[in-house]
Write a protein that binds this ligand. Structure first.
Ligand SMILES: Cc1cc2nc3c(=O)[nH]c(=O)nc-3n(C[C@H](O)[C@H](O)[C@H](O)COP(=O)(O)OP(=O)(O)OC[C@H]3O[C@@H](n4cnc5c(N)ncnc54)[C@H](O)[C@@H]3O)c2cc1C
Length: 236
Protein backbone atom coordinates (compact mmCIF):
# COMPACT_ATOMS: atom_id res chain seq x y z
CA UNK A 1 0.00 0.00 0.00
CA UNK A 2 1.40 3.40 -0.96
CA UNK A 3 1.66 6.18 1.58
CA UNK A 4 -1.14 8.03 -0.23
CA UNK A 5 -3.44 4.97 -0.07
CA UNK A 6 -2.57 4.55 3.63
CA UNK A 7 -3.41 8.26 4.16
CA UNK A 8 -6.75 7.81 2.37
CA UNK A 9 -7.71 4.74 4.41
CA UNK A 10 -6.90 6.51 7.71
CA UNK A 11 -8.69 9.67 6.55
CA UNK A 12 -11.83 7.65 5.77
CA UNK A 13 -11.73 5.90 9.13
CA UNK A 14 -11.56 9.26 10.87
CA UNK A 15 -14.51 10.73 8.99
CA UNK A 16 -17.35 11.43 11.41
CA UNK A 17 -20.54 9.55 10.59
CA UNK A 18 -23.18 12.12 9.76
CA UNK A 19 -26.50 10.46 10.27
CA UNK A 20 -28.86 13.40 10.21
CA UNK A 21 -28.67 13.67 6.42
CA UNK A 22 -30.33 10.28 6.27
CA UNK A 23 -32.54 10.39 9.35
CA UNK A 24 -34.54 13.56 9.76
CA UNK A 25 -36.71 14.41 12.73
CA UNK A 26 -40.44 14.00 12.30
CA UNK A 27 -41.97 17.44 11.87
CA UNK A 28 -44.26 17.11 14.89
CA UNK A 29 -41.47 15.90 17.18
CA UNK A 30 -40.46 12.50 18.47
CA UNK A 31 -44.00 11.86 19.79
CA UNK A 32 -45.02 11.16 16.16
CA UNK A 33 -42.54 8.31 16.07
CA UNK A 34 -43.80 6.94 19.37
CA UNK A 35 -47.43 7.05 18.14
CA UNK A 36 -46.50 5.26 14.90
CA UNK A 37 -44.54 2.61 16.80
CA UNK A 38 -47.45 2.05 19.17
CA UNK A 39 -49.90 1.76 16.23
CA UNK A 40 -47.60 -0.73 14.46
CA UNK A 41 -47.23 -2.86 17.59
CA UNK A 42 -50.99 -2.89 18.12
CA UNK A 43 -51.57 -3.83 14.46
CA UNK A 44 -49.29 -6.82 14.99
CA UNK A 45 -51.09 -7.78 18.22
CA UNK A 46 -48.02 -7.11 20.33
CA UNK A 47 -48.57 -6.44 24.02
CA UNK A 48 -47.35 -3.20 25.52
CA UNK A 49 -47.00 -2.87 29.25
CA UNK A 50 -47.20 0.70 30.56
CA UNK A 51 -46.92 2.23 34.02
CA UNK A 52 -45.15 -0.77 35.56
CA UNK A 53 -41.71 -0.64 37.08
CA UNK A 54 -39.25 -3.49 36.51
CA UNK A 55 -37.33 -4.14 39.70
CA UNK A 56 -34.92 -6.87 38.58
CA UNK A 57 -33.83 -8.48 35.34
CA UNK A 58 -32.43 -11.99 35.69
CA UNK A 59 -31.30 -14.51 33.09
CA UNK A 60 -32.38 -18.01 34.07
CA UNK A 61 -32.12 -21.12 31.87
CA UNK A 62 -31.57 -19.09 28.68
CA UNK A 63 -34.61 -16.94 29.38
CA UNK A 64 -34.67 -13.34 30.60
CA UNK A 65 -37.05 -12.91 33.50
CA UNK A 66 -38.35 -9.38 34.10
CA UNK A 67 -39.50 -9.01 37.67
CA UNK A 68 -42.23 -6.43 38.31
CA UNK A 69 -43.56 -5.77 41.81
CA UNK A 70 -46.69 -7.79 41.03
CA UNK A 71 -45.77 -10.06 38.09
CA UNK A 72 -43.07 -11.72 35.96
CA UNK A 73 -42.52 -11.69 32.19
CA UNK A 74 -40.12 -13.88 30.20
CA UNK A 75 -38.27 -12.96 26.99
CA UNK A 76 -35.64 -14.49 24.71
CA UNK A 77 -34.02 -11.12 24.10
CA UNK A 78 -34.16 -7.79 25.87
CA UNK A 79 -33.13 -4.23 25.03
CA UNK A 80 -32.81 -1.90 27.99
CA UNK A 81 -32.82 1.88 27.83
CA UNK A 82 -29.54 3.16 29.28
CA UNK A 83 -31.74 5.52 31.27
CA UNK A 84 -33.61 2.70 32.93
CA UNK A 85 -33.73 2.76 36.73
CA UNK A 86 -33.67 -1.06 37.11
CA UNK A 87 -32.25 -1.96 40.52
CA UNK A 88 -30.49 -5.21 39.63
CA UNK A 89 -29.39 -7.07 36.49
CA UNK A 90 -28.14 -10.61 36.81
CA UNK A 91 -26.71 -12.75 34.04
CA UNK A 92 -24.85 -16.06 34.28
CA UNK A 93 -23.68 -15.43 37.81
CA UNK A 94 -22.68 -11.80 37.19
CA UNK A 95 -24.80 -9.69 39.45
CA UNK A 96 -24.85 -5.97 38.76
CA UNK A 97 -26.40 -3.22 40.81
CA UNK A 98 -26.53 -0.45 38.18
CA UNK A 99 -24.74 2.74 39.12
CA UNK A 100 -26.38 5.78 37.55
CA UNK A 101 -24.49 8.80 36.28
CA UNK A 102 -26.40 12.05 36.75
CA UNK A 103 -26.46 14.55 33.88
CA UNK A 104 -28.19 17.91 33.80
CA UNK A 105 -29.46 19.07 30.41
CA UNK A 106 -30.05 22.81 30.36
CA UNK A 107 -32.20 24.36 27.67
CA UNK A 108 -33.44 27.87 27.01
CA UNK A 109 -36.82 27.93 25.30
CA UNK A 110 -37.35 31.14 23.37
CA UNK A 111 -40.58 32.42 21.89
CA UNK A 112 -39.63 34.68 19.02
CA UNK A 113 -41.78 37.10 17.03
CA UNK A 114 -40.59 37.80 13.50
CA UNK A 115 -39.34 36.16 10.38
CA UNK A 116 -37.35 32.92 10.30
CA UNK A 117 -34.61 32.71 7.67
CA UNK A 118 -33.41 29.10 7.80
CA UNK A 119 -35.86 26.28 8.39
CA UNK A 120 -34.09 23.90 10.79
CA UNK A 121 -34.94 20.95 13.00
CA UNK A 122 -31.80 20.22 15.02
CA UNK A 123 -28.35 21.69 14.60
CA UNK A 124 -25.29 20.82 16.65
CA UNK A 125 -23.13 23.87 17.34
CA UNK A 126 -19.46 23.05 17.75
CA UNK A 127 -17.74 26.41 18.17
CA UNK A 128 -19.79 28.50 20.57
CA UNK A 129 -18.79 29.30 24.13
CA UNK A 130 -22.00 27.87 25.64
CA UNK A 131 -24.55 26.93 22.91
CA UNK A 132 -24.31 23.32 21.75
CA UNK A 133 -27.63 22.80 19.96
CA UNK A 134 -30.40 24.75 18.27
CA UNK A 135 -33.83 23.40 17.40
CA UNK A 136 -36.89 25.04 15.99
CA UNK A 137 -39.67 23.31 17.92
CA UNK A 138 -42.56 25.51 16.71
CA UNK A 139 -44.32 22.46 15.25
CA UNK A 140 -44.54 20.87 18.73
CA UNK A 141 -46.27 23.89 20.24
CA UNK A 142 -49.55 25.73 19.78
CA UNK A 143 -47.78 29.08 19.59
CA UNK A 144 -48.45 31.52 16.75
CA UNK A 145 -44.85 32.66 17.14
CA UNK A 146 -41.66 30.67 16.65
CA UNK A 147 -40.34 28.50 19.45
CA UNK A 148 -36.66 27.65 19.64
CA UNK A 149 -35.01 25.23 22.04
CA UNK A 150 -31.38 26.07 22.68
CA UNK A 151 -29.15 23.56 24.49
CA UNK A 152 -26.47 25.21 26.59
CA UNK A 153 -23.52 24.07 28.72
CA UNK A 154 -24.49 25.21 32.19
CA UNK A 155 -20.90 25.29 33.44
CA UNK A 156 -19.95 27.71 30.65
CA UNK A 157 -22.59 30.32 31.53
CA UNK A 158 -20.38 31.99 34.14
CA UNK A 159 -22.47 34.31 36.29
CA UNK A 160 -24.69 35.64 33.55
CA UNK A 161 -28.35 36.19 34.36
CA UNK A 162 -31.00 34.24 32.39
CA UNK A 163 -31.99 37.47 30.59
CA UNK A 164 -28.37 38.12 29.56
CA UNK A 165 -28.12 34.57 28.20
CA UNK A 166 -31.41 34.82 26.29
CA UNK A 167 -30.25 38.14 24.81
CA UNK A 168 -26.92 36.62 23.73
CA UNK A 169 -28.79 33.69 22.16
CA UNK A 170 -31.05 36.00 20.15
CA UNK A 171 -28.01 37.95 18.91
CA UNK A 172 -26.39 34.68 17.86
CA UNK A 173 -29.55 33.54 16.01
CA UNK A 174 -29.62 36.87 14.17
CA UNK A 175 -25.89 36.85 13.39
CA UNK A 176 -26.13 33.34 11.93
CA UNK A 177 -29.28 34.36 10.02
CA UNK A 178 -31.56 31.80 11.65
CA UNK A 179 -33.95 34.66 12.38
CA UNK A 180 -34.38 38.09 10.82
CA UNK A 181 -32.58 41.14 12.23
CA UNK A 182 -35.91 42.59 13.33
CA UNK A 183 -37.05 39.45 15.22
CA UNK A 184 -38.05 40.09 18.84
CA UNK A 185 -37.85 37.96 21.95
CA UNK A 186 -41.42 37.59 23.25
CA UNK A 187 -40.74 35.30 26.20
CA UNK A 188 -38.18 32.79 27.39
CA UNK A 189 -37.68 30.25 30.13
CA UNK A 190 -34.82 28.12 31.31
CA UNK A 191 -35.25 24.44 32.02
CA UNK A 192 -32.89 22.01 33.79
CA UNK A 193 -33.69 18.38 33.14
CA UNK A 194 -31.85 15.81 35.26
CA UNK A 195 -31.37 12.37 33.78
CA UNK A 196 -29.64 9.23 35.04
CA UNK A 197 -27.72 6.84 32.79
CA UNK A 198 -26.46 3.38 33.70
CA UNK A 199 -22.68 3.37 33.95
CA UNK A 200 -21.07 2.67 30.55
CA UNK A 201 -18.58 0.05 31.78
CA UNK A 202 -21.39 -1.89 33.49
CA UNK A 203 -23.41 -1.83 30.24
CA UNK A 204 -20.44 -3.05 28.24
CA UNK A 205 -19.63 -5.89 30.69
CA UNK A 206 -23.21 -7.12 30.49
CA UNK A 207 -23.42 -6.82 26.68
CA UNK A 208 -20.15 -8.73 26.33
CA UNK A 209 -21.56 -11.56 28.42
CA UNK A 210 -24.64 -12.19 26.36
CA UNK A 211 -25.84 -11.43 22.81
CA UNK A 212 -29.47 -11.51 23.91
CA UNK A 213 -29.03 -8.40 26.05
CA UNK A 214 -28.54 -4.95 24.55
CA UNK A 215 -28.65 -1.40 25.84
CA UNK A 216 -30.11 1.45 23.84
CA UNK A 217 -27.73 4.30 23.24
CA UNK A 218 -30.01 6.66 25.11
CA UNK A 219 -28.17 9.95 25.32
CA UNK A 220 -29.40 10.88 21.84
CA UNK A 221 -32.68 9.60 20.48
CA UNK A 222 -31.63 9.69 16.82
CA UNK A 223 -28.45 7.70 17.41
CA UNK A 224 -30.37 5.18 19.53
CA UNK A 225 -32.86 4.66 16.68
CA UNK A 226 -30.37 4.74 13.80
CA UNK A 227 -28.21 2.05 15.43
CA UNK A 228 -31.18 -0.28 15.48
CA UNK A 229 -32.93 0.57 12.21
CA UNK A 230 -31.64 -2.47 10.34
CA UNK A 231 -32.55 -4.85 13.11
CA UNK A 232 -35.99 -3.37 13.72
CA UNK A 233 -36.97 -2.96 10.06
CA UNK A 234 -36.58 -6.74 9.63
CA UNK A 235 -39.37 -7.18 12.22
CA UNK A 236 -41.92 -5.14 10.25
C1 LIG B 1 -33.87 17.95 27.81
C2 LIG B 1 -33.54 16.90 26.80
C3 LIG B 1 -33.59 17.22 25.45
C4 LIG B 1 -33.30 16.24 24.50
N1 LIG B 1 -33.37 16.58 23.20
C5 LIG B 1 -33.12 15.67 22.27
C6 LIG B 1 -33.22 15.98 20.89
O1 LIG B 1 -33.59 17.07 20.52
N2 LIG B 1 -32.90 15.04 20.00
C7 LIG B 1 -32.51 13.79 20.37
O2 LIG B 1 -32.23 12.96 19.50
N3 LIG B 1 -32.45 13.44 21.65
C8 LIG B 1 -32.72 14.34 22.60
N4 LIG B 1 -32.64 14.00 23.91
C9 LIG B 1 -32.30 12.64 24.25
C10 LIG B 1 -33.55 11.73 24.15
O3 LIG B 1 -34.55 12.23 25.00
C11 LIG B 1 -33.14 10.34 24.61
O4 LIG B 1 -32.08 9.90 23.79
C12 LIG B 1 -34.29 9.35 24.46
O5 LIG B 1 -35.42 9.77 25.17
C13 LIG B 1 -33.81 8.01 25.01
O6 LIG B 1 -34.83 7.07 24.82
P1 LIG B 1 -34.94 5.84 25.77
O7 LIG B 1 -36.17 5.10 25.38
O8 LIG B 1 -33.66 5.09 25.80
O9 LIG B 1 -35.10 6.44 27.26
P2 LIG B 1 -36.27 7.33 27.84
O10 LIG B 1 -36.94 8.15 26.78
O11 LIG B 1 -35.67 8.02 29.04
O12 LIG B 1 -37.32 6.26 28.30
C14 LIG B 1 -37.04 5.37 29.36
C15 LIG B 1 -38.37 4.98 29.95
O13 LIG B 1 -38.15 3.91 30.84
C16 LIG B 1 -38.91 4.14 32.01
N5 LIG B 1 -38.24 3.40 33.10
C17 LIG B 1 -37.12 3.73 33.78
N6 LIG B 1 -36.84 2.79 34.68
C18 LIG B 1 -37.79 1.82 34.55
C19 LIG B 1 -38.04 0.59 35.23
N7 LIG B 1 -37.26 0.13 36.22
N8 LIG B 1 -39.11 -0.15 34.84
C20 LIG B 1 -39.93 0.27 33.84
N9 LIG B 1 -39.75 1.45 33.16
C21 LIG B 1 -38.70 2.21 33.54
C22 LIG B 1 -38.91 5.64 32.21
O14 LIG B 1 -40.00 6.02 33.02
C23 LIG B 1 -39.01 6.11 30.77
O15 LIG B 1 -40.36 6.22 30.36
C24 LIG B 1 -32.95 14.94 24.90
C25 LIG B 1 -32.90 14.61 26.26
C26 LIG B 1 -33.19 15.58 27.20
C27 LIG B 1 -33.15 15.19 28.65
Amino acid sequence: MSNYQRYLSIKNQLKPVIINRKYLYPKGGSAQLINKLEAELKKNNADIKFESRIKKVIKKNDVWELQYSDSLLNFDEIIISSMSMIKEISCDGLNIIPKHKESVFTHFHLIIKGEIHKPISYIRIMNHQFIHRISDITEYSNSNNHVFSIGVFKDKLENKSDLEIATLIISYLKKKKFVSKTAELEKFFENDYISYTINKSQRESLENLDDSLKFLKSNNFTYGISENVERWSSLI
